[in-house]
Design a protein around this ligand. Structure first.
Ligand SMILES: [Zn+2]
Length: 437
């Protein structure tokens, strides 16, 4: 079969390293082309350069796509999101534990039904691609069919996705509770069927310490020890009531994080959502194992959970990723997440720059998820996952951007004013998977 060549022409912005926290990026960390081009061969990037430099190099049969006036970036990444909670976004007036009982668990019960799971997975992926998000680490429900449905839908669209079956063997409705070891056997079957298949990876998914017995957490640790290329995702220190409950349930552990440590769940491929109420010593313990905290600003603001101190994590050497945490979060859009992160940062005296924001949403998240050799930047050899942004998406955005003088100002204004309307198209695996109507 002959290779398919495509050349996407337009402005291009990519990070190739962490630009730092200042409003001038560290030297050599970012790249920008005003009239650039991305040469894609099948699913991979062959070259990125000035359009004038590439136009003479591509073969005659190349398909040319004109995105002049647009800005191309690596596809956005979401390190923590619940696809099964789309239908309860923006449900009124609860904090974490009541929110779970009143809204989340009833919604997740519906995922026992295959037709509901399949339709929801498609709807979720439509929304992600509309928002320019091409990779996510996803919580399914405790029903294996919710995971099969999600992976099958992602595979058909040739997306790079990480997902897992929720494990819960207590403190949840009977319809969602696993048999302690049955839940592990279901996870092992799903790992055998999906992990490493095409662009899919499996993530072990105990919801959080209160809904798993020590025996179940131990079994998860055992699976992880035997297959260190698996991911693990759970929640940590989101809310004061939750923390107090964990200390009652696990009095023998030194603290909430200690519960996960005691069962072998803290490693370089572990993502802990929230981590708001941590002290420096806990941050250093997480950093020592190479784990990352998924910072979920719109969720933290919506549920009133607290303000995540991103720079305290950085100072402790602890990686943070950025995430929507829908349905606790109020936006699936990476722009919504960045706007929330800016607002939380502003309240803590650490306002996020456009450079750092777009770095976190792309290469930063790819690094936290150990995927930076495949996605997160626009460089030769990378998988061709690309978001095409429209600086003229709305009259207001167009007007505001016309008043900017530097790329720093332009990126920042776009970060704060952008939304799903700003996403003109989304590409994954070298093919267009979304086109704004
Ligand atoms: Zn969550």
């Amino acid at each position: 079969m002959t290779a398919t060549h495509r050349l996407l022409r337009g402005a291009i912005f990519t990070c190739v390293d962490d630009p730092g926290e200042e409003n001038t990026p560290l030297p050599g960390t970012t790249r920008y082309w005003d009239d650039g081009a991305i040469w894609i061969v099948d699913g991979h990037i062959q070259a990125v350069d000035d359009h004038a430099a590439l136009i003479g190099r591509v073969p005659a049969e190349t398909e040319h796509v004109d995105y002049r006036g647009k800005l191309m970036m690596p596809g956005f990444i979401d390190s923590h999101v619940h696809y099964v909670q789309l239908d309860i976004m923006a449900a009124y007036g609860r904090e974490l534990l009541d929110w779970l009982n009143d809204y989340t668990f009833p919604a997740e019960c519906r995922f026992a039904e295959q037709a509901h799971a399949e339709a929801s997975a498609e709807r979720f992926l439509d929304e992600m691609l509309r928002a320019g998000t091409t990779t996510a680490q996803v919580f399914c429900s405790s029903h294996p069919v919710s995971v099969d449905s999600f992976f099958a839908a992602a595979q058909r669209r040739r997306l790079r996705m990480i997902a897992g079956k929720v494990l819960m063997d207590r403190h949840a409705p009977a319809a969602l509770v696993d048999d302690t070891l049955g839940g592990i056997r279901d996870s092992e079957r799903l790992i055998a069927d999906w992990h490493g298949r095409d662009r899919l990876s499996y993530t072990l998914t105990p919801r959080f310490a209160p809904t798993s017995s020590a025996e179940q957490l131990d079994a998860v640790g055992g699976v992880l020890r035997n297959a260190p290329d698996l991911y693990l995702q759970t929640h940590l220190s989101e809310n004061r009531g939750e923390i107090a409950w964990v200390s009652e349930l696990f009095p023998e552990s030194r603290d909430y994080l200690g519960v996960y440590e005691d069962h072998g769940l803290v490693g370089p491929r572990s993502t802990f959502a929230h981590g708001i109420h941590l002290d420096d010593e806990q941050r250093r313990r997480l950093a020592a194992e190479g784990a990352n905290i998924a910072f979920c600003p719109t969720s933290n603001l919506f549920l009133g959970s607290g303000l995540m101190d991103r720079l305290a994590c950085r100072d402790a050497g602890l990686a943070t990723s950025l995430a929507s945490d829908v349905g606790g979060g109020t936006s699936l859009s990476g722009f919504g997440t960045l706007q929330g992160a800016y607002q939380v940062g502003a309240l803590l005296g650490q306002p996020l720059t456009g450079w750092q924001g777009f770095y976190r949403l792309t290469l930063g998240n790819a690094r936290a998820l150990h995927l930076a050799d495949r996605i997160g930047s626009l460089e030769p050899g990378q998988e061709a996952d690309i978001v095409v942004l429209d600086p003229e998406a709305t009259p207001l955005l167009s007007r505001r951007l016309s008043q900017t003088g530097s790329l720093a100002e332009r990126l920042f204004a776009m970060m704060m004013l952008g939304d799903d309307r700003t996403v003109a198209a989304t590409w994954a695996d070298g093919r267009r998977v979304h086109q704004r109507p």
